[in-house]
Design a binder for this molecule. Sequence first.
Ligand code: ADE
Ligand code: ZN
Length: 328
Amino acid sequence: MRGVPKVELHLHLEGAAPPGFVRSLAAEKRVDLSGIFDESGSYAYDGFVDFLRVYEAATSVIETPEDYGRLVRTVLEELAYHGVVYAETFVSPDFCGGGDLAAWREYLASMQEAAAAAEATDGIVLRGVVTPIRHFGPERAKAPALCAAETAGDWIVGFGMGGNEAVGNPGDFAWAFDCAREAGLRLTCHAGEWGGPDSVRGAVDDLRVERIGHGVRAIEDLALVGDLAERGIVLEVCPGSNIALGLYPDWAAHPIERLRSRGVKVTVSTDDPPFFHTTMTREFERLADTFGWDTDDFAALNRLAAEAAFCDAETRKTILKKLEAADV
Ligand code: ADE
Ligand code: ZN
């Protein structure tokens, strides 16, 4: 399955940092982060809110534009190894310069340079989706939105919110999403992961997003499922993440197949792969094992993800060509 080409639309950049990468930065900076790892060296957390705490602790040692450049190189090497030909990653001005535009530009330049180097060596294409952090609150979402608007273009192609869905309502963040939309950015938002169907409705109706991060709990309201299918809203589904965080007990209980069979456009991603002991290869293997997805299903999945990607038309054409070449 590793050699099958893949398109990944939902990947948090810091969440993709291997524990070894974070440990070596912590050692260089003489920061004691031992509390966030277990005996085997993996990230250790207890449930979703604690996961966010560990995520932010790990992120605290990824500090400079150079650190972020190194992170992009490390992550893209791993993704390319797993057959990913195109990925979108969530990047956050909150972590990259604290919302300051001049600083954000420096981080962005370093990340883009690293992405261009990876594209030149491995052919993998990366684009960025700016993300405010929901539990930092609506006021703090404004600076990332302005940073996103100012740097919207070929590389920063979207805007989407992550963080704790229990905080506030989607509509509280309308200013930030309107600002990003007016700058020409395409929109997504985490919803229907820890929140139920109303949270998904809020993201679609109040923030006018075209994709939803996760969205799987829409399955609890079949009228909403029908609505998502009819409106062509794309779900960035991350089954391994949902199972690792305890949203579903196992793969058989995961709703991805039920959503797909009801006509919802589902795509597959890893979210924060080392935190959840997953990779795109593993996600594909589990989908094949659990639901019997075959070559045609994966080809359709890839095509749908490429169609839903926020990149420009020329880039999309290139990705689709790569996928087609592998289909035959
Ligand atoms: N940030 C990183 N991973 C996340 C997830 N699964 N949900 C919400 N915010 C996140
Ligand atoms: Zn996510």
